[in-house]
Design a binder for this molecule. Structure first.
Ligand code: CMC
Length: 428
């Protein structure tokens, strides 16, 4: 049997054979389906890209029914367990293979060479109001970087491209930590390149005065694992934004700023904060049954549960849940943990959740860890953006080098009026 899909247009009685490749038809093949020769041809209507693949990618694989997530073919659980550093996983995402020792060393050196920001970037950040949201500061500052590196617009020059990738991965923790220090009214702490990627970030966040800040190895390890788990998630809203902005061939700083803006929304990177607010509102164990009742009656959603793609336990949530125990041993247990565990226990047994395949997602436990580490809620999306920058850049590079891609320019189904007659303002 040929790999084709036969379609009969009942308006005309004409039959079309459309090629199938990778279980997919090309939307542009539908254009041959027309009633009259001068018709535009058929399109597919797909709000929110629910069933549209605008790219072929070799970066991240998700099987939502089985709960599988892989970066470049490596299961996320293995990477979280075996990888010694976030930069090793960032290298994997960008380059496609795990680095050899000398490659990792060179990559690390290149990224660390770019952790500092121009003093004027610091001055720019100092200009924000004392109560500026750290994510707003982060997005604006990333965008401002494009003015410091005009060569970044040479996106087809491999050397220039490599350099912006090193710069962005190097600078995002610095800008993030400066945003946090600003919100606390504390002096900014410069990067320490003898520390790990996660260790340097913790130092820039929490060091006070001249005294040495001791990084707890468990917390440093936890943050490394959280970075690895959040580094990529294929064509999510912010990655799609990164690809779309990048397709106009603008510099990558502008694209990352746009992607980070998409991440900031409560439907995307903001859910872990919503989980904590929900747990705060529930307040005590005796309220759990009535909350579950309200959820089942459609009065509220159980935040941190359910996922558009995963119809099984989110593999990232499983890793985070284990990690939480290690972190709480150091920080003391987050008081909301028992509430979260009880909600999960009931939900996993309850018919409402089982039938709808609602399982804990990545956000159910991550906020509890961040809060226990002393990180305020409005900083959570910034924490998400740091590792996701590596994923965005991997997709950006794949996109602009893909000969099949052009500037992203979807079509529309126009339902408005046409050819109206101009009426003088006093006659309308
Ligand atoms: N609590 C209670 N019921 C739920 C929930 C929930 N968290 N999520 C879905 N449902 C119900 C929903 O009401 C619907 O029921 P019915 O069939 O009776 O109408 C059914 O499950 C299917 O849900 P849906 O809304 O069609 O599913 P979706 O794929 O459109 O939504 C979601 C996915 C993640 C937006 C949704 O599950 C949700 O709002 N969850 C809570 C917010 C959350 O935790 N978001 C984090 C997502 S993971 C982070 C990321 O990837 O950025």
């Amino acid at each position: 049997m040929p790999d084709t899909l036969s379609v009969t247009d009942n308006r005309t009685g004409k039959k079309y054979d459309i090629a199938i490749e990778n279980d997919t038809i090309r939307a542009s093949d539908l254009r041959q389906i027309r009633v009259k020769d001068d018709d535009f041809g058929m399109m597919s209507y797909d709000p929110a890209f629910m069933n549209t693949a605008p790219v072929k990618s070799r970066i991240t694989f998700i099987d939502g029914d089985k709960g599988i997530l892989e970066y470049r073919g490596y299961p996320i659980e293995r990477l979280a367990e075996k990888s010694t550093s976030f930069l090793e996983v960032a290298y994997l995402l960008i380059h496609g293979d795990l680095p050899k020792e000398n490659q990792l060393e060179e990559w690390r050196t290149n990224v660390k060479m770019h952790t500092f920001v121009h003093e004027n970037i610091k001055k720019l950040m100092e200009g924000f109001r004392y109560d500026a949201h750290p994510m707003g500061m982060f997005i604006s500052t990333i965008s401002a970087l494009s003015t410091f590196y005009p060569e970044a617009k040479e996106i087809m020059d491999p050397d220039a491209r490599r350099k912006q990738i090193h710069r962005l991965i190097g600078k995002v923790p610095t800008i993030a930590a400066f945003a946090y220090r600003h919100s606390k009214g504390l002096p900014y702490v410069y990067p320490s390149n003898d520390l790990t990627y996660a260790g340097n970030f913790l130092n820039m966040m929490f060091k006070i005065g001249d005294s040495k800040y001791t990084i707890h190895p468990t917390l440093e390890h936890a943050l490394t694992v959280l970075y690895i788990l959040h580094a990529d998630h294929e064509q999510n809203c912010s990655t799609n934004t990164m690809r779309s902005i990048g397709s106009s061939y603008v510099d990558p700083y502008s694209s990352v700023a746009g992607a980070a803006a998409a991440l900031w929304g409560p439907l995307h990177g903001g859910a872990n904060e919503a989980v904590l607010r929900m747990l705060d509102e529930i307040g005590s164990m005796d309220r759990v049954p009535s909350v579950i009742k309200d959820v089942k009656e459609g009065k509220m959603k159980l935040m941190g549960f359910g996922h558009r793609v995963y119809k099984n336990y989110d593999p990232r949530a499983r890793v985070i849940k284990k990690l939480a125990d290690d972190v709480f041993e150091v920080t003391g247990k987050n008081k909301k943990l028992d509430l979260a565990l009880e909600l999960e226990r009931i939900a996993l047994e309850d018919d409402y959740f089982v039938k709808r395949k609602l399982y804990p997602n990545v956000d159910f436990y991550s906020g509890l860890i961040y809060e226990a580490m002393g990180i305020p809620m409005d900083f959570f999306p910034v924490l998400f953006a740091i590792p996701r920058t590596a994923g965005w850049l991997a997709h950006w590079q794949e996109h602009i080098l893909d000969p099949e891609q052009k500037i992203a320019r979807p079509r529309q189904v126009y339902l408005g009026q046409r050819g109206r007659t101009w009426i003088q303002i006093d006659k309308r």
